[in-house]
Design a protein around this ligand. Structure first.
Ligand SMILES: [Zn+2]
Length: 331
């Protein structure tokens, strides 16, 4: 493990718009980082070609620098079968049963691990970041959607079908706003950063703000300008400043989140809940009321520590490196 022996793993975190890539030492130190566009609009096959080319390039960069790449870790969004190394399904990138692990091993000749982006981020937060003092951690990423990773003793549960951790689709408001998954009242339809922004914007414009992705648009048609889109961070700021509508939308999001986290705590009984993603950057404006609301919902369950993520948007890439290292240890 000495840093002089020059061993590194190649890590790629493939997102819907960009890839974060790095060479990382076994102790977690990043020795080289680069970013590339995913170009998901080109189709899944082209994205796979880009992933393999970028990984190949990183192997070359490592060798040129006198380092020894020992393994590759790739994490992607969607449904991932980590055991078989298959990207089963992804809405953003269009993966359908892509055997990405074997493709990478064939191309690069390195042992390769394929994982899920949020689970990898949770793994990194649990082992290297905000959850590192806890054996049982629930990592919750709140951005466009809401997803989670349950990490026990340094390993994230994948589920039987690669779909564990879909906390955003816990039903918290039956009959509530419609979710992207097609059901009404899911947590992420109320408390994701996108939902907070959408709901505030709609209410400010005098529409219901409920549910409606199905644009009935028939009412009040006319030359009125479209609503200005307000971000979730701005809603948080306006709520902190005491604005009535923002306070209401923010409180509803916080209460829905508390319902979701209380369910998570009932299921997993963790020491620490780590909140990541854009919404977690709201700081005390989120964490203070959320701690109170969560406490109100717990009866006999122990209250977890509720803390912000520590690794920022590098968490997924660090998690990819951990998966690569873990698989070397296992083999
Ligand atoms: Zn849903």
């Amino acid at each position: 493990m000495s840093e002089r022996d020059g061993r590194v793993v190649v890590a790629l975190d493939v997102g819907g718009t960009g890839m974060k890539c790095a060479l990382i030492r076994p102790d977690g130190a990043v020795v080289h980082a680069e970013r590339h566009p995913t170009g998901a609009d080109r189709g899944a096959e082209a994205v796979v070609d880009t992933i393999l080319a970028v990984a190949d390039g990183l192997v070359g960069t490592a060798r040129t620098a006198g380092l020894t790449p020992t393994a590759l870790g790739i994490v992607v969004p969607g449904i991932v079968d980590q055991t078989r190394g298959v990207a089963v399904w992804s809405a953003n990138i269009g993966f359908r049963n892509v055997p990405l692990r074997d493709l990478a091993t064939d191309r690069l000749g390195l042992p390769t691990a394929l994982g899920h982006d949020v689970r990898a981020g949770g793994l990194a937060e649990a082992r290297l970041g905000a959850g590192r003092d806890a054996g049982h951690v629930l990592f919750v990423a709140i951005g466009t959607g809401i997803a989670a990773a349950h990490v026990v003793a340094g390993a994230a549960a994948t589920g039987a079908h690669g779909a564990a951790g879909e906390l955003g689709h816990i039903l918290v408001r039956p009959g509530g706003p419609r979710c992207g998954c097609g059901r009404s009242g899911c947590l992420e339809a109320i408390a994701s950063a996108s939902a907070v922004a959408r709901r505030y914007t709609a209410l400010a414009a005098g529409t219901t703000g409920d549910a409606d992705t199905t644009s009935d648009g028939g009412s009040a048609a006319g030359p009125t300008p479209g609503p200005t889109v307000v971000t979730a961070a701005e809603v948080a700021d306006r709520a902190a400043a005491g604005e009535e509508l923002a306070t209401r939308v923010w409180r509803e999001a916080v209460e829905a989140l508390a319902d979701g986290l209380a369910t998570g705590q009932a299921l997993y009984d963790v020491q620490t809940i780590v909140l990541g993603g854009g919404l977690a950057q709201a700081g005390p404006g989120l964490f203070d009321p959320l701690r109170t609301a969560l406490r109100e919902r717990l009866t006999f369950h122990r209250e977890p520590r509720l803390v912000p993520a520590a690794l920022g948007d590098e968490a997924g890439c660090l998690g990819a490196a951990l998966l690569a290292l873990d698989q070397l240890e296992d083999s």
